[in-house]
Design a binder for this molecule. Structure first.
Ligand code: ADP
Ligand code: ASP
Ligand code: MG
Length: 688
């Protein structure tokens, strides 16, 4: 079997490079006969086309230099004489034939060197064998030549040929690749190797896109598509004869012979984008070429998005079979290529984050749904993949690092997590447990971060809170609980930012009880009774199972503790003066409602008084800096029309933060509750 190896201009550009070429050829020759096809040394064809004496003299020097370095003694003298004779012929040759001497010179030198090394090498004159536009005749002549000339390595110039009229001609710029394919097809070669200065056909021209990578295998069709749209690594006409003869084309790197390369063959391309090529302002994104396949995915939309994000206007984007054609101004070509390459070929490295979730209420349900729904977008936007590997309710738990945990085990969930959690895992507390926080420090110390929506876990006595914070810091893992106040509203983060930059907080007013905002907002003296509104809220699931927890201000107290501590104030429950909405009766929930009915008179009077003065009643948790330290209180306040809390609707929340830097307060207002809002806030804590 014959192997055909073609080397491009840069592969033979110097004596050193030619030595590399000969190493590669000799290795192949150890396996069988070789046809070595070579281009002219780099820059030579351009110089010959230019044709002035300066360009010719420069080429003469470069060739002389190569001969001097490659040969010694008599051989040097003989080869030098041959080269001199060729330059003399070249100077006498008709203008249009001069360009053909580059390949004659390079192959003459290579052939002589092989012979000097004792290899049976013969030079083939491609001008007599390759007939432009007549492959059948070309094949016949090549076969005949090899039958007639006894040698082990045949050295043939690429690019040059004769046309049907018998005149010396060329196969077009880059044509040596095609020469090699013709030799390979004619001889039924076992191997066709195009050796160049890059590691194969890459996802883009590496000179334009440094992130380009080698495409290991591709179909003839895809290679042809790349080649005919500007990927000059392969001369497009090369594909047809190789394909017709069923010969794979390897594109290899002379400068890293053992490195990555491309094999082009009768493969079916994998169903994804192959590569990007360009010519002028025209960009071609080549898609998988198999019968009848349309462009994979929504290529046009992706291309438009990528360009828009890069601030580039696409003049036109259209699908052409499996490929996409994109038109941009030539001035922004490289920028556009990089943006498109990034979008189509550079997968973001994905960071997997394992989640151990505790809790099975509405928030847990919403979170699981949201994780499923957003997985794709989150991965694309952040490069993170959130995987649920542990789940638990108050009785059962399950852990499956494969991502399908079932609630099948009983016993200590936390102990099981500590045993099995991979590095970088997060524990997600969406319970309303009063005791789970006692395990936080253990988890944090084991390098497991915590995201919590459970304010009972955070509004704990200050020393315990401080211990959790310290454990998180010391172990370099997160402890986040943005959801615990104002659900999806970024309240804690905003306060922490102010505190971090030493913007001293003068006061915080937090209207953070959704239940009470709703009830107080709906309550009209003379209208529906207060007790009845509370009952409705309870029926709607807006209150705790025992509504006294809401009316007592206990929940608001927890939120105030969390807010204050975020501001750097070591507030404890006992520091807060609470005035409940109504005096709260002991006993059953029903006893409480009966007692509440009895309060109607007083409540309605207070509401009427406020209304007469133009005030609205809001349940406010506040923290205020006084000369004697921070003072904290919770209770109903009458707010005047100018106050940011005056216009709150329904279950909306707001915090109003006054600080030393600014004359006006920071106000954050918006939906403060809901399972979806909580889930979205947890998700963002998980991704931070
Ligand atoms: P040779 O002289 O070996 O024939 P060429 O200069 O004709 O080499 O082709 C190789 C060049 O093709 C590379 O140096 C590279 O700049 C360019 N090129 C364009 N597109 C691609 C691509 N998709 N993959 C690799 N190289 C490419
Ligand atoms: N030497 C020719 C050119 O520069 C042919 C080739 O290199 O393939 O176009
Ligand atoms: Mg080339």
């Amino acid at each position: 079997m014959v192997s055909v190896l073609k080397f491009g201009g840069s592969s033979v550009a110097s004596a050193t490079n030619m030595s590399r070429v000969l190493d590669i050829v000799e290795k192949e020759a150890a396996k069988g006969k070789v046809v070595l096809v070579s281009s002219a040394i780099s820059g030579c064809t351009d110089a010959l086309l230019k044709g002035d004496e300066e360009a010719l003299a420069d080429m003469e020097t470069r060739h002389r230099d190569i001969v001097t370095r490659l040969f010694t003694g008599v051989e040097r003298k003989q080869v030098q004489e041959k080269a001199d004779a060729l330059f003399s012929d070249l100077r006498k040759a008709p203008r249009e034939e001069q360009v053909t001497y580059g390949e004659i010179l390079s192959t003459t030198i290579l052939c002589a060197k092989l012979q000097a090394e004792g290899i049976r090498a013969a030079w083939l004159d491609s001008r007599e064998l390759v007939v432009k536009g007549d492959e059948a005749e070309t094949f016949k002549r090549i076969k005949l030549a090899l039958e007639g000339i006894e040698a082990h390595v045949y050295v043939a110039p690429g690019f040059i040929c004769r046309n049907r009229e018998g005149k010396v001609d060329t196969l077009g710029r880059g044509g040596s690749d095609y020469t090699a394919a013709l030799y390979a097809a004619a001889l039924g070669a076992g191997s066709l190797q195009i050796w160049t200065d890059v590691p194969g056909i890459m996802t883009a021209n590496p000179r334009q896109v440094s992130a380009a990578r080698t495409i290991p295998r591709m179909s003839y069709g895809a290679a042809l598509d790349m080649a005919s749209h500007g990927a000059k690594v392969l001369y497009a006409p090369t594909v047809a004869p190789a394909m017709a003869a069923g010969i794979d084309i390897e594109i290899r790197n002379t400068f890293a012979p053992e490195g990555k390369y491309t094999v082009i063959g009768a493969d079916k391309d994998p169903a994804r984008w192959i590569g990007v090529a360009s010519e002028g302002g025209h960009i071609r994104i080549v898609g998988a070429q198999s019968a009848g396949e349309a462009e994979p995915g929504n290529g046009r939309a992706s291309a438009l998005k990528a360009l828009t994000e890069a601030g580039i206007a696409a003049l036109d984007i259209r699908a052409d079979g499996a490929s996409l054609d994109v038109e941009v101004r030539e001035a922004v070509l490289e920028q556009a290529l990089r943006a498109l390459h990034r979008a189509f070929f550079q997968e973001l490295p994905v960071e997997e984050i394992n989640l151990f979730i505790a809790g099975d209420g509405a928030v847990a349900g919403a979170l699981l749904g949201m994780l499923r729904q957003t997985a794709g977008t989150v991965k694309e936007r952040t490069g993170k993949l959130l995987r649920v590997v542990g789940r638990a309710n108050s009785r059962k738990w399950g852990i499956d690092l494969g991502g399908r945990p079932q609630l099948s085990e009983s016993g200590d969930y936390i102990a099981a997590i500590l045993k099995s959690a991979p590095k970088g895992s997060l524990f997600v507390d969406v319970t309303d447990s009063e005791t789970l926080y006692k395990r936080y420090v253990e988890l944090l110390e084991a390098g497991i971060g915590i995201v919590s929506s459970n304010r009972r876990s955070i509004a704990v006595p200050y020393p315990e809170y401080a211990a959790m914070q310290a454990a998180a810091r010391e172990n370099g893992v997160p402890l986040r609980y943005e959801t615990t106040v104002g659900a999806a509203l970024p309240m804690l983060e905003s306060i922490a930012r102010g505190a971090n930059s030493c913007n001293e907080i003068l006061s915080i007013e937090a209207v953070v009880s959704c239940t009470l905002n709703q009830i107080l907002g709906d309550y009209r003296p003379g209208g529906e009774s207060f007790a009845s509104l509370v009952r409705k809220a309870q029926a709607a699931g807006l209150t705790e199972p025992d509504p006294r927890l809401d009316l007592s201000g206990r929940d608001a107290l927890r939120k105030l503790l969390i807010l204050a501590r975020e501001a750097g104030v070591q507030l404890e429950e006992g520091d807060v003066e609470i005035t409940p909405v109504v005096p709260l009766a002991d006993g059953s929930v029903e006893d409480f409602y009966t007692a509440l009915e009895a309060q109607e008179e007083a409540l309605s009077r207070a509401a009427r008084d406020a209304e007469l003065q133009g005030f609205r009643r809001r349940f406010v948790a506040s923290l205020e800096k006084t000369p004697g330290g921070y003072k904290a209180g919770i209770g109903i306040r009458n707010v005047p029309p100018g106050h940011p809390a005056y216009h709150l609707r329904g279950t909306e929340n707001a915090i109003i933060v006054r600080s030393a830097f600014h004359p006006y307060p920071l106000v954050i207002q918006g939906p403060g509750e809901g399972a979806r809002e909580a889930a979205s806030s947890i998700l963002n804590d998980l991704l931070r």
